[in-house]
Write a protein that binds this ligand. Structure first.
Ligand SMILES: Nc1ncnc2c1ncn2[C@@H]1O[C@H](COP(=O)(O)OP(=O)(O)OP(=O)(O)O)[C@@H](O)[C@H]1O
Ligand SMILES: [Mg+2]
Length: 428
């Protein structure tokens, strides 16, 4: 019979009692159901398996499909960390053997198994080298998505049937949890990929728009440089044209800055914030400008607003863009700017903070309403108070998307425009 050398320390570990084992199964299942982080789940799985199997150490390996190997996710005990490598090839004797046998393998089984399958494979040597006495597979539909290697357990003679069944139950619960988290990570990865593709697409539009936008100012700068030598003694020309050229240079600078802001990867840095506080500080910022233009600001900030996880700088940028657009729309004859925040509860009891920014400005024509978020869409040309780049709302939209929020606009020409923004109140 196959016998594995056991270090003397094995006798120190007492097997858990039956009720302890059963309680453990229930607790384990409940706990895994609440976890969403792979490392935390991995740690919890290997701890529970080691406890149930009364082993000194253990390691959980997870299938890494990209690199075609099994990656060490979690370990218990210093021996596991010291002895198990960070990766095992799919063809390594241990995963290979587990895949062939497809059930929990103990040292007891090993001799028979090896005779049945492939005598002389390196399974025995590998188990001894890693000081492993049990191999626990985590299978989903014949696919070995993970496996656990458990260390020194009680002697073979004391191996009891209950321990084996409990281990099998725990392994199944662990398998389901691992399957869910791997699926979740896959989804997350494809979502990020889709977002990146979207970004690339809009960057393509932006690059085209940018080329178009800088052509005019560049033409005027070029004309000035070409004419300057002949007209250097004409003060009216020099004065008039240099002012124009300087404005063009500023415009190019501003475009470059806005594009850089947009192109920068805008993963928000979330902090726990008071949304009303950010709104108030943005309103403060536009106060003087609004006053000068005969715009009356009315604010109604809900006192029961939940705190929100958001990127303070980015949300300020959103609010300022919306407020300044509203102010611009009332530049000609003044008006009323109403800013209202409130708490929204959406289906599934999810709480959101909501803001409405409503102006009594010139409004947006229906044909333009679908384009206000497009890069470089602007109706603010040189004739107005300031020239727009048309990137303001593109950036606003991008930031709201990154915050998993929603933005919508309603407008009526001659009556005014309202922007509605909602952000989910994520747990801190
Ligand atoms: N509150 C509003 N009232 C009327 N029109 C608006 C309002 N907000 C946006 N718009 C329209 O949407 C266009 C695009 O807005 P956006 O903020 O993206 O660019 P912009 O304001 O023109 O330029 P920039 O923000 O770069 O200064 C505006 O030019 C304007 O026509
Ligand atoms: Mg704007």
């Amino acid at each position: 019979m196959f016998v594995m050398a056991l270090p003397s320390s094995h006798t120190d570990i007492l097997p858990p009692s039956t009720s302890e084992l059963l309680d453990g199964v229930t607790r384990f299942s409940a706990e895994l159901g609440t976890m969403t982080d792979l490392t935390a789940i991995g740690d919890r799985i290997i701890q529970e398996l080691c406890h149930a199997g009364a082993t000194t150490h253990g390691t959980l390996f997870l299938l890494d499909r990209e690199h075609e190997c099994y990656r060490r996710v979690s370990t218990v005990g210093p021996i596991a960390l010291a002895l198990t490598p960070p990766m095992l090839a799919i063809s390594h004797p241990l995963p290979h053997h587990i895949l062939t046998i497809n059930r929990i393998i103990t040292r007891d089984d090993l001799a028979g198994d090896l005779q049945e399958t492939d005598p002389g494979t390196g399974v025995h040597a590998a188990m001894e080298a890693l000081q492993v006495t049990r191999l626990v597979p985590h299978f989903i539909k014949n696919r070995l998505i993970a496996f656990s290697l458990l260390g020194i357990a009680q002697p073979i003679a004391e191996e009891n049937a209950l321990t084996k069944s409990v281990l099998a139950a725990l392994a199944q619960i662990a398998t389901n949890a691992l399957d869910t988290i791997v699926l979740y990570e896959d989804l997350h990865r494809s979502h990020m990929l889709m977002k990146r593709t979207d970004r690339l697409k809009s960057l393509e539009t932006i690059a085209g728009g940018f080329a178009h936008e800088i052509r005019n100012p560049l033409t005027s700068i070029k004309t000035f440089i070409q004419l300057a030598p002949q007209r250097k003694d004409d003060p009216q020309f020099i004065h008039g044209f240099s002012k124009m050229v300087l404005d063009d240079v500023y415009r190019i600078e501003r475009l470059i800055q806005e594009i850089l802001d947009y192109a920068r990867y805008m993963e928000p840095k979330l902090t726990d914030e008071d949304f009303n506080d950010i709104v108030a500080s943005c309103l403060h910022f536009i106060d003087v400008k609004a006053d000068r233009q005969g715009i009356k600001i009315e604010k109604e900030l809900a006192p029961d607003l939940p705190r929100v996880m958001l990127d303070r700088q980015q949300i300020k940028q959103v609010l300022l863009n919306l407020l300044l657009n509203a102010v611009d729309s009332m530049a000609k004859s003044g008006g009323r700017l109403r800013v209202q925040t409130r708490k929204l509860t959406k289906p599934g009891d999810i709480v959101w903070v909501h803001i409405e920014i409503k102006d009594t400005g010139e409004g947006i024509q229906e044909t333009n309403l679908d384009h206000v978020f497009d890069p470089f869409f602007t109706t603010k040309h040189a004739s107005g108070e300031h020239e727009g780049t048309g990137l303001g709302l593109t950036i606003v939209h991008q930031i709201i998307q990154e915050h998993h929020g929603e933005i919508r606009v309603e407008s009526s020409v001659g009556v005014g425009t309202t922007f509605f923004v909602s952000l989910p109140a994520l747990p801190a």
